[in-house]
Design a protein around this ligand. Structure first.
Ligand SMILES: NC(=O)CC(=O)C(=O)O
Length: 373
């Protein structure tokens, strides 16, 4: 609003340290000043400016740091790990938005072709959609489920992924397939290294049980069991956190991945025609912007004749929350560049990690806390 008049007052300055306060003469300035007081009862005690000998006095651009009473490192318990140096600075990711049919053999052959095409276009990391070898339905999950741990003929879908990764020398985030383990079924994503080895297996942690009357009702827990652990994996293209579809709605999972040093979070997902238009892009951009990392999603292509109609719109989002590449709802292969140097740039531009209020809130990574103790 134009009525707010802004002025800058130098409260303290010396050669190496200065403190500037922007005063807003707006209706808010009439709020009781006690609201802005810290425990020590002095005004704005935390707006210390970094002692910066290269500071350009004219530019009036300062890098604020928080006083230790804000305890930013304690906002994550255990404290966040530093971002690891990624094994590659830049690479291409391929997102294969596949059509899925009731013919499992066709789905596997079709996925293989798409992976080969993405690799031929230079992708070093290829990702598939959620439930790409089977229709997305509770009736289909038990029929199409594979015993991933047994491998070989018991799991033709993951056998293909392993072979493709090895022959093409790429990393594959293998979307998800229904997995059978004993008498349980899971919605499971496998990650393969360029030597074809299974690096990680993520079982969807948050099951998609929703009921929006007249629009969509889906109860995954009728057939599936929820996974028990977050999954983060070091690959040849960086540290990747994995979530499957509904997992993207739980920001705590993304925060945990960021605190464990993820460069990228991959979410194979199949949003639908009710939630997709409103939430799909919003959630991806929120996870990326809040955590200052890359987010990639991969959906099945839309089939309006299917029992569950997928939204499509596979997307890559950068660490500023910007959509870098996306598509519509038809079959497509997105090839887009990931540049990890932007992680540092964005985290320097917006130093959120140093500005958290560990004195006011804390997110506990229960698994890490247990393993540390
Ligand atoms: N299919 C899902 O798991 C999630 C989804 O469609 C939604 O959250 O909406």
């Amino acid at each position: 609003m134009k009525s707010a008049i802004s002025s800058t007052t130098t409260l303290l300055s010396s050669k190496n340290l200065s403190l500037k306060l922007h005063l807003n003469h707006s209706p808010f300035s009439r709020l009781p000043s006690s609201l802005f007081r810290s425990k020590s009862n002095t005004h704005f005690p935390s707006l210390l400016l970094r002692n910066n000998s290269t500071h350009n006095q004219k530019s009036q651009i300062h890098t604020p740091i928080m006083a230790s009473s804000f305890m930013p490192e304690q906002a994550r318990a255990p404290p966040a790990l530093p971002l690891p140096v990624p094994p590659v600075a830049k690479f291409k990711i391929g997102l294969c938005q596949l059509s899925v049919t009731a013919d499992k053999e066709r789905n596997i052959a079709h996925a293989r072709k798409a992976i080969e095409e993405a690799a031929a276009k230079g992708a070093k990391l290829v990702m598939l959609p959620e439930i790409w070898n089977s229709p997305y339905s509770n009736d289909s999950f038990p029929v199409y489920a594979e015993d991933i741990d047994a491998g070989g003929e018991a799991s033709p879908s993951t056998t293909m992924l392993s072979e493709a990764a090895r022959l093409l020398k790429i990393t594959i985030v293998g979307g998800s397939i229904p997995e059978r383990s004993g008498d349980r079924l899971y919605n499971t994503c496998c990650v393969f290294d360029s030597d074809g080895k299974l690096k990680a297996k993520h079982r969807k942690i948050h099951l998609f049980d929703i009921d929006i009357p007249g629009k969509i009702t889906f109860i995954e827990s009728k057939t599936l069991t929820a996974g028990e652990t977050p999954t983060i994996v070091d690959t040849e293209v960086g540290r990747i956190g994995i979530g499957i579809c509904y997992d993207i709605r739980f920001q705590e999972l993304a925060i945990i991945y960021a605190a464990r040093g993820a460069h990228l979070i991959c979410y194979p997902g199949a949003f639908n025609m009710t939630t997709g238009p409103l939430h799909w892009e919003l959630l991806q951009r929120a996870r990326a912007a809040d955590n200052q990392l890359y987010v990639a999603t991969c959906s099945p292509a839309r089939d309006v004749a299917a029992g569950y109609v997928a939204w499509g719109h596979s997307t890559l989002v950068g660490p500023f929350g910007e959509v870098l590449a996306t598509t519509e709802h038809e079959e497509d292969i997105i090839i887009a560049e990931i540049d990890y140097s932007l992680l540092e740039v964005r985290r320097t531009n917006l130093p959120l990690t140093k500005q958290r209020r560990g004195d006011l809130y804390q997110l506990v990574d229960v698994q890490r806390l247990k393993s540390d103790s």
